[in-house]
Design a protein around this ligand. Structure first.
Ligand code: HEM
Length: 413
C-alpha cells in the first residue's frame, strides 16, 4: 500500500491517497483513490443512506401535519375563495360574524377541530349540534355556502373543518380584528355525539376555577388563553335565556324573589338588560359588547373590568389572579396601541385552539356535504392523496437529506 505524505485518512487495508496514481486503486477526478474493497464499502454505505432518507421522507409524508398554505398546490385559490365569500356574506349580514366564530370554537372544544359540530343527528344518534348546550349555536348555513364555493373551484379538496376554520379566521379580519395566518390541512371526523358536549364544555354558570381547569386538562390551554379567547365575546350575541338568570331570581331569589339580580353586574346595565330581556323571553338576542358590537377590539375588557361583562363567565374572569390581571391590563390599554397586545395574544391562542384534535393525512375524510359523513365506500382517495402530495412538497428536511445522500453516492462513484 502506498500512502502520500498529504494523506489525511488511515485504514489498515486501505489505499486512500491524494494526488497520486496507485496500482490497484480507483481514483476520482479530485485525486482521491480507493481500493475496490473500500469502494464497494462506500457504495453500500451510500445506498444505506439513500434508503434511510427515502424511509424518512415517506414517514414524514405519513405524518402530514397542519401547515400554513396546505392547499397551495391542491387548491391555490382556497383561502381567497373563502375570504371573498365571507366578505360577501358579512357584507349582507354582518350579524353572522359572531355565530361563525363561535361555531368554530364549539367545534374545536368537542373532539377537536374536525367539523363534528356540523353533522346532523341521525336515526340512531343525537349529534353535538342537538346537545342542550349547543341550542343557541348558529351560522351553519355560512359554512355550507363557503364550502359550495370551494367545491366549485376545487371539487372535493377542502375539508369542512378547514372551511369552518378559515371562515372563522376571516370573520375576525372582516370585523377589523387581526389577520391570523391559520394552518390548514384538517380533515373531517365522523363522530358527533351529543353526550360528548357537556364533558368538554364549561357548564352554564361554571366558575373560573372550573373553566381554567377544563382548559388545562382537556385542551392544554392556559389561564391566559382563557382570558384571551374570552375576548372573542367582543362580537356577537347571547340569548336572553343565557342572560336572564343574572337578571331575575338570581341565586334562587331569596327574600327579593324575582327582583334579585347578580350583584356583580353593574346596576344600570342590569336595568337596561331587563328592558330587553323580559322574564320568560328566551329568544331575543343581546349584544355581548354593546359599545362596539360588530368590531373585534379590546373594548370587551373595559366592559368586563367595569362589571358590564354580559355572561357570568365573562364576569368570572375578574375572580382569578391571572385572568383578572389580563382583563385589567387590556382594559387600561390606551390608544393608539390599545388593541396591539390583545390582537397578538388572540392570534396565538386562536392558533393553539385551531390545532386541537386536528385529523390529518389519511385520518378522517373530506366530506362532500358538511352535515353528513360520506356514504360508506365513497372514494375519498383522490383528495387524501392530493393532500398527502401537497404535504410531501413541504418536506425540506427530507429533501435535504435526500440531496445529501445523493451527493455521498456521487462521491463514491
Ligand atoms: C371560556 C369559555 C367560553 C364560554 C364559557 C363561552 C360561553 C358563551 C356563551 C354562553 C355564549 C352565548 C350563547 C347563547 O346565549 O346562545 C357565547 C357566545 C359567543 N361565544 Fe363564547 N364562550 C367561551 C369561549 C369562546 C371562544 C373560545 C370563542 C371563539 C374564539 C367564543 C366566541 C363566542 C361568540 C363569537 C359568541 C357570540 C355568538 C353569536 O353571536 O351567536 N367563545 N359564548
Amino acid at each position: 500500500m502506498q500512502m502520500s505524505t498529504t494523506t489525511t485518512h488511515h485504514r489498515s487495508s486501505a489505499c486512500i491517497v491524494i494526488n497520486s496514481t496507485v496500482p490497484g486503486c480507483i481514483c476520482n477526478i479530485q485525486g482521491w483513490c480507493w481500493s475496490s474493497e473500500q469502494r464497494s464499502d462506500m457504495a453500500s454505505s451510500a445506498v444505506l443512506v439513500l434508503v434511510l432518507c427515502v424511509i424518512l421522507m415517506l414517514q414524514q409524508a405519513a405524518e402530514a401535519h397542519l401547515q400554513v398554505g396546505a392547499y397551495n398546490t391542491t387548491c391555490p385559490q382556497a383561502e381567497e375563495v373563502v375570504f371573498q365569500e365571507m366578505t360577501a356574506i358579512l357584507g349582507k349580514s354582518p350579524d353572522l360574524a359572531g355565530p361563525v366564530l363561535r361555531l368554530f370554537s364549539v367545534d374545536c372544544f368537542v373532539g377537536g377541530c374536525e367539523a363534528s359540530i356540523l353533522l346532523d343527528s341521525t336515526a340512531g344518534n343525537t349529534a353535538e349540534k342537538d346537545a342542550p348546550l349547543n341550542r343557541g349555536v348558529r351560522g351553519y348555513e355560512v359554512v355550507d355556502a363557503v364550502k359550495a364555493k370551494l367545491d366549485a373551484a376545487c371539487p372535493g379538496v377542502v375539508s369542512c373543518a378547514d372551511t369552518l376554520a378559515l371562515a372563522a379566521r376571516d370573520t375576525i379580519r372582516l370585523s377589523k380584528g387581526p389577520f391570523i395566518p391559520l394552518q390548514t390541512g384538517r380533515r373531517d371526523g365522523n363522530r358527533s355525539v351529543a353526550a360528548d358536549v357537556a364533558l368538554s364544555s364549561p357548564a352554564p354558570g361554571a366558575n373560573i376555577t372550573d373553566i381554567i381547569d377544563l382548559f388545562a386538562t382537556k385542551f392544554n390551554l392556559t389561564a391566559k388563553d382563557v382570558a384571551v379567547l374570552s375576548g372573542a365575546h367582543t362580537i356577537g350575541k347571547a340569548r336572553c335565556s343565557t342572560v336572564s338568570p343574572r337578571l331575575y331570581n338570581f341565586g334562587g331569589g331569596g327574600q327579593n324573589g324575582n327582583a334579585s339580580s347578580d350583584p356583580s353586574l353593574d346596576a344600570n346595565y342590569t336595568a337596561t338588560l331587563r328592558g330587553v330581556c323580559k322574564p320568560g323571553d328566551n329568544a331575543t338576542l343581546v349584544d355581548l359588547d354593546p359599545v362596539t358590537p360588530a368590531v373585534f377590539d379590546a373594548g370587551y375588557y373595559a366592559l368586563v373590568a367595569g362589571n358590564r361583562g354580559l355572561l357570568s363567565t365573562d364576569a368570572a374572569l375578574l375572580l382569578d389572579p391571572a385572568t383578572g390581571a389580563y382583563v385589567a391590563r387590556q382594559a387600561n390599554a390606551t390608544a393608539p396601541n390599545d388593541n396591539d397586545e390583545f390582537f397578538a395574544d388572540f392570534a396565538d391562542s386562536f392558533i393553539a385552539m385551531s390545532r386541537l384534535g386536528a385529523l390529518t393525512h389519511h385520518k378522517g375524510e373530506i366530506r362532500a356535504v358538511c352535515s353528513k359523513v360520506n356514504p360508506p365506500g365513497a372514494n375519498d382517495d383522490a383528495a387524501a392523496n392530493a393532500n398527502a402530495a401537497a404535504s410531501y412538497h413541504h418536506q425540506p428536511l427530507g429533501l435535504g437529506l435526500l440531496l445529501a445522500g445523493a451527493l455521498i453516492a456521487l462521491q463514491a462513484l
